[in-house]
Design a binder for this molecule. Structure first.
Ligand code: HPA
Length: 273
């Protein structure tokens, strides 16, 4: 069975009730195991993967991003919708808002960012980290549904699991970012390396530290997510009804243009210079 579409659920999105004949399966990959629920929706087979495990048991810095993305690729997935809980850096992007992010600042320090190692050298292009075709489809779908969606915004990714300091938030604001979360990097990068289309709709669950008056708590994040997750579900499943399986974007050959250098031909090339 080939599964062309996937939804990666972030904080507060652990189950997918819209899928018919849903079955949860454990997938083996060279990087470890990953879990996904496979089911159908209006004729399309869809994989649902809760990024933090069922019941939020895996913190952001312990997620096996490579196993998750590899597992989706091995199922045949080509297009991924991802959700993410984020804090807002901007007063006009209030808790409960949806943001269709279009860029990221990677502030993580200890995550493996690539599948290409051990002699393979690939530098994947990040001009458009998130698939423009998927983003445009989500934007149009939100418009049809009358859902308010902030179009564009830079996602700052931190390692977590702690929330940010006030000084960090001032710095991220001065860099012009819109939201802060803990998962887009390396997820979006690994999806690109595997030549899958990937788009994130971030749900603002809180104002970042120092912007809101009270101390930030996980309860606040989860409560806002619970109150608004149905909007994300509506957006993604309506988008799935009308999505084109054919891809005319560049994601499908994000790496193909580059010749991965093996250890042997790398030293040959070096010798020529
Ligand atoms: N910071 C980082 N990650 C988050 C936040 C935040 O304020 N809210 C939800 N995820």
């Amino acid at each position: 069975m080939s599964v062309k579409f996937a939804i990666i659920g972030g904080t507060g999105v652990y189950r997918q009730d819209m899928l018919e004949n849903a079955e949860t399966t454990v997938l083996d990959t060279p990087y470890g195991q990953a879990q996904a629920t496979l089911g159908t929706y209006r004729g399309n087979t869809v994989a649902f993967m809760p990024r933090h495990g069922t019941g939020h048991s895996i913190p952001p810095h312990r997620i096996n991003y490579r196993a998750n993305l590899w597992a989706l690729k091995s199922l045949g997935v080509e297009q991924i919708f991802a959700t993410a809980a984020v804090g807002s850096l901007q007063l006009d992007v209030a808790p409960g808002s949806l943001v269709l992010v279009d860029d990221f600042l990677d502030w993580t320090k200890q995550r493996t960012q690539t599948f290409f190692e051990d002699g393979q050298v690939v530098h994947v292009d990040m001009t458009d980290p998130y698939c423009n075709r998927l983003r445009s489809h989500l934007r149009n779908t939100a418009h049809e549904l009358g859902l308010s969606l902030h179009d564009g915004g830079t996602y700052v990714c931190t390692d977590g699991p702690r929330f940010e300091t006030r000084a960090e938030i001032r710095m991220y604001q001065s860099l012009g970012a819109a939201v802060v979360g803990m998962t887009t990097a390396p997820e979006v990068v690994l999806a690109k390396e595997l030549e899958m289309c990937y788009a994130t709709v971030a749900m603002v669950t809180n104002y970042c530290t120092g912007i809101s008056r009270q101390a930030l708590t996980v309860d606040e994040v989860v409560q806002t997510m619970n109150e608004n997750a149905h909007q994300l579900q509506r957006l993604f499943f309506t988008a799935l009804e009308t999505i084109d399986a054919k891809r005319d974007c560049s994601c499908g050959h994000a790496v193909a243009g580059q010749m991965p250098l093996t250890g042997a031909n790398a030293s040959e090339q070096e010798g020529r210079h």
